[in-house]
Ligand binder design. Structure first.
Ligand SMILES: [Zn+2]
Ligand SMILES: [Zn+2]
Length: 209
């Protein structure tokens, strides 16, 4: 299944918002089988995903959240409702706490667009190591890919390709192609953790790193 693990639905800022249904419909038209929808500091619930799946038959929709962790962004696909304080979703400065939460709940953590804002990672990766890192996407510079590969190797992280789309027209460029069908968040989490996917890039052709 071709799944885009990082698609925004605007929940926090409401300006010129395109509906989640429009995003799902466009994803389907671009050849994707599934999307993870999320927003900054906002966790999309399973109920919201169910509504979208009902409105747009043919696409699987999974829920996530994009957290601010020091000066990085980390995409989380949680197994349960995130219970920590709202200010922690905006700016998490206790990565040991985050690591313990992710481990305890069995959630998935993906380091988003590394080196976008700084030349090094701004939290201690020895304390909290995300399961995967974005190596291709709208917000990942091609010139950073080599450095990201080295980071992934050093910390034994998987690499994913995501659109990070905020608008429908930004969809379809990037995704992962899972080796088997994914039915729910838990299966998706396990699939990414095990690295059971290949990377896809523009026009859904395989990415050549
Ligand atoms: Zn981000
Ligand atoms: Zn994002």
């Amino acid at each position: 299944m071709k799944i885009d693990l990082h698609v925004h639905v605007r929940k926090v800022s409401n300006c010129a918002k395109e509906t989640p249904e429009a995003m799902a419909k466009q994803a389907l038209e671009k050849g994707l089988d599934g999307i993870v929808i999320l927003d900054h500091n906002y966790q999309v619930s399973r109920e919201e995903c169910d509504q979208i799946e009902k409105a747009v038959p043919g696409i699987r929709v999974f829920g996530g959240i994009e957290l601010g962790v020091f000066d990085e962004h980390v995409v989380i696909i949680p197994t349960e409702t995130i219970d920590f304080a709202p200010e922690y979703r905006r700016y998490m400065d206790d990565v040991k706490f985050l690591k313990d939460w992710v481990d305890r709940t069995g959630s998935l953590a993906i380091l988003a667009h590394p080196y976008r804002y700084h030349t090094s990672i701004t939290f201690d990766m020895n304390i909290f190591t995300p399961h995967a890192v974005e190596v291709a996407g709208r917000h990942v510079r091609k010139s950073d890919r080599m450095q990201i590969r080295e980071l992934a190797k050093k910390y034994d992280m998987g690499m994913v390709s995501v659109s990070d789309a905020h608008k429908t027209r930004q969809l379809g460029g990037y995704c992962v192609n899972t080796y088997y069908d994914i039915d729910n968040e838990k299966e998706l989490i396990s699939c990414v953790k095990r690295g059971n996917y290949s990377l896809m890039e523009s026009r859904l052709e395989s990415i050549n790193l």
